[in-house]
Design a protein around this ligand. Sequence first.
Ligand SMILES: Nc1ncnc2c1ncn2[C@@H]1O[C@H](COP(=O)(O)OP(=O)(O)OP(=O)(O)O)[C@@H](O)[C@H]1O
Ligand SMILES: [Mg+2]
Length: 351
Amino acid sequence: MRILLDKFSKSFGSTKVIEDMNLEVASGEMLALLGPSGCGKSTTLFAVCGIHRPTSGRILFGDRDVTNLPSQERNVGVVFQSYALYPHMTVEENIGFPLMVKRAAAPDIKKQVAAIAALVHIDNLLDRRPSQLSGGQQQRVALARALIRRPDVLLLDEPLANLDAKLRLEMRSEIRRLQRETGITAILVTHDQVEAMSMCDRIAIMKSGEIVQIATPSAMYNDPRTSFVAGFLGNPPISFIKGTAFQGAFVSGDGHLKVPLAALSGISDDTPLTLGVRPEHFGTGGDIAVEGRIVFAETQGRENLYDVALPDGSVLRSIQPVRNDIKPGDQVRWMLGSDAAFIFAENGQRL
Ligand SMILES: Nc1ncnc2c1ncn2[C@@H]1O[C@H](COP(=O)(O)OP(=O)(O)OP(=O)(O)O)[C@@H](O)[C@H]1O
Ligand SMILES: [Mg+2]
């Protein structure tokens, strides 16, 4: 079921949170709404879900205008960060609850609960109460409860935020598997870029109530339109260095680093610029030599992070296979790949 937001706006009193947002989620697609805290992700999701009424604009499911329909009439499945399971009910009763409300026949409910519980791999836990489950198991119950009515759309607001790192990893692929198997259209709200990149077909990055870029995870990573987007994706994050244009090259503050870039042909000298270099593009490979001093080294198991301070004080981060010949304080001369570097104007737009 396609979801369409057409000039969707939402204010709380005089506070405008979202203004004229247009967004289309294709049928069967899983889309991430990604952005910093307070940018309006949940507000958007709540409007799709029917908890918030838009201040203006329309929301369509397929060709059906659902803007003024209450949540119960939209056929949406919703999972929030707090799973909100009913503590006094068993897992079976929790999952079957939406069907009970619809007054389905008991044997029918039992059959459907069994099927959906098998789908999320909790069919052996049906007699337990929520307090007797791990966080991940509770999360699966919440998912099963959201899916049992065969909703047209699945809406997830930070569903993994309460899980530990290992469970989060497991549930990430589990939710994606379920979404693919059921072919349901889904929106995932998250501020975790790894979650958005690994789970979704496309990502919409939001900032202050606006979608600033919408693209597939790899297009977003390799072709960010702004420094905000480039800085939001990537772990460890991209490094930024301030400088100016000079004869088709980026030149760092003290003139120490000079990077010729095709994007700068036609840009006037002394135009303020920011160079963005991802950590995988600074180290042993590349065409531009950079001299600096190691100011930070961290082992991440298979790889090491190194922060290299340039003479003007700016810092470039590098990620490389673990090597034992480098320690903080060492002077290094490493290579930067200029064809992978991004260049941004002062307003953050990529050139
Ligand atoms: N009921 C409300 N009344 C007034 N302001 C609200 C209300 N709900 C949200 N806001 C404001 O709208 C803005 C967006 O909130 P929203 O909850 O959508 O952010 P978010 O992107 O989901 O953030 P987070 O990642 O922290 O959950 C915030 O500035 C918030 O204070
Ligand atoms: Mg939120």
